[in-house]
Design a protein around this ligand. Structure first.
Ligand code: 2M8
Length: 441
């Protein structure tokens, strides 16, 4: 009954159940987020999965990242989906026939041997690679894990620092609401409203075959996602082409900063020079704090590059700078005040809501418009722990217990209602199981 007192569940049973979810979702080369809804390999999902898998099999955790990075494009981008050719076309939309990555010799050096999407997701990979290495340094050195991954991770970060600095102030911009991973967050409503929707009869939403429509993005949002992805594809995935949606997101950039520090650790371990990664981390942190801090709300906010204005929103992405190593304590203190205040109710709600509980657009059940997610809770937990004060340590301990309790009670749900903890979306979701395993370790 270890752990039963603080989490209300037996940790041995929780560990076994989480392991069984990950084994069930392993397809031989990587882990699918879910067998039904997401039957391919997703970029940031695989990073979180590797962080959990390292406790079951460090070698498999290494393979998870190796497979994903094997599909890297020559320009350095890591695509947000690597498609499994054994899965029937039409099992997921938009699939390989939509993205056409390998067509015409491969846009921007897309691989010829794998079909992928062309957009990206948050760069958590270097952090995952470093944590995986540390779980079993002997096996990592034996397989040459870090020396093989280091140049790929370096190229990935350089792609984001170069091609994606669309605002010209040193931050990476997202060009599609799928890129920050928080697909239909109200954070994107205003910039997305300027996008002309694709005709709804030009595609079919396969996601609704596997989930409840009220838990998923609306048809209008989807039509705009399709339009943006189609236009990017038709430009040949050219980052210099005009983009109807261009946003500097604090979540995406915070994870990039954390990843630059992890890359510096990796480079040191392989006898390389960590200085360029550390310099990028410092430049990014300076840009984050000058361009994206909303002093009035006490949170970081996305900047819409269409209007060059901070968006008046408070999403969990605005709390993720807590996970930035060395963030000045004035910001950390203000973020903790905001997290524990009425907008996020940390300590009084289930995990951390994805959006402002007091916001007009808040919806407790609809995907990223309010529900609490396990990966963002894990990141906030990591930041609170690193802040290292008695208050943040207590908040971190409570959040850890909440994550484990919600994972168990919801059957490893994709997300939960922040007021009730009821599971929403699908069950047996990979990163939920992986991050519960990590917090149990
Ligand atoms: C969700 O996004 C995909 C598109 O990438 C979808 O809705 O079909 C998001 O929750 C995203 O963060 C996640 O990586 C992906 C797979 O779990 O699903």
């Amino acid at each position: 009954q270890s752990g039963a007192r603080d989490t209300g569940c037996d940790h041995g049973r929780l560990r076994a159940a989480a392991a069984s979810v990950l084994l069930g979702n392993w397809n031989g080369t990587g882990t699918v987020p879910s067998r039904s809804l997401y039957p391919h390999q997703w970029s940031w999902d695989s990073a979180f999965v590797a962080i959990g898998l390292r406790h079951l099999s460090p070698r498999r955790a290494q393979q998870e990242l190796e497979w994903l990075l094997g599909a890297q494009w020559a320009d350095g981008r890591i695509p947000h989906i690597v498609f499994n050719p054994a899965v029937p076309a039409g099992a997921y939309f938009p699939g390989p026939d939509f993205w056409r990555s390998s067509a015409a010799g491969g846009h921007r050096g897309a691989p010829a041997f794998a079909e992928t999407s062309g957009i990206v997701q948050p760069p958590v990979h270097a952090l995952a690679a470093w944590l995986v290495h540390r779980a079993d340094p002997h096996e990592s050195v034996r397989r040459g894990f870090l020396p093989r991954l280091a140049p790929k991770l370096d190229a990935w970060h350089r792609y984001l620092a170069g091609h994606r600095d669309l605002g010209g102030h040193g931050l990476a911009a997202i060009i599609h609401p799928w890129e920050p991973g928080l697909d239909n967050s109200p954070c994107w409503d205003a910039p997305l409203a300027r996008v002309t929707p694709a005709a709804e009869d030009s595609y079919r939403r396969v996601d609704l075959d596997h989930s409840v429509a009220a838990d998923r993005p609306t048809d209008l949002d989807y039509a705009r996602y399709v339009r943006l992805a189609r236009d990017y594809r038709d430009s040949g995935y050219d980052d210099a082409a005009p983009h109807a949606f261009r946003v500097e997101d604090p979540g995406f950039n915070s994870l990039l900063i954390a990843a630059e520090y992890a890359l510096a650790d990796i480079l040191r371990a392989v006898g390389g020079d960590p200085a360029p990664a550390l310099e990028r981390a410092e430049r990014l942190t300076a840009a984050l704090t000058t361009r994206l801090w909303d002093a009035g709300r006490g949170i970081f906010a996305p900047r819409d590059l269409g209007s060059d204005r901070l968006l008046p929103v408070a999403g969990v992405n605005g709390l993720l700078p807590l996970a930035v190593p060395g963030l000045p304590s004035a910001f950390t203190d203000a973020l903790v005040t905001t997290a524990t205040g009425e907008r996020f109710g940390l300590g009084r709600t289930h995990m951390v809501p994805s959006y402002d509980l007091t916001g007009a657009a808040f919806d407790a059940n609809r995907y990223w418009r309010g529900p609490s997610w396990f990966n963002t809770a894990w990141l906030v937990h990591r930041g609170l722990q690193a802040a290292g004060t008695p208050v943040t340590r207590r908040l971190a301990d409570d959040l850890r217990a909440g994550v484990l309790r919600d994972a168990w009670r919801s059957g490893f749900a994709e997300y939960v209602n922040p007021h009730t903890g009821a599971g929403r979306g699908i069950k047996d979701f990979s990163w939920t199981a992986a991050l519960a395993l990590d917090l149990l370790a």
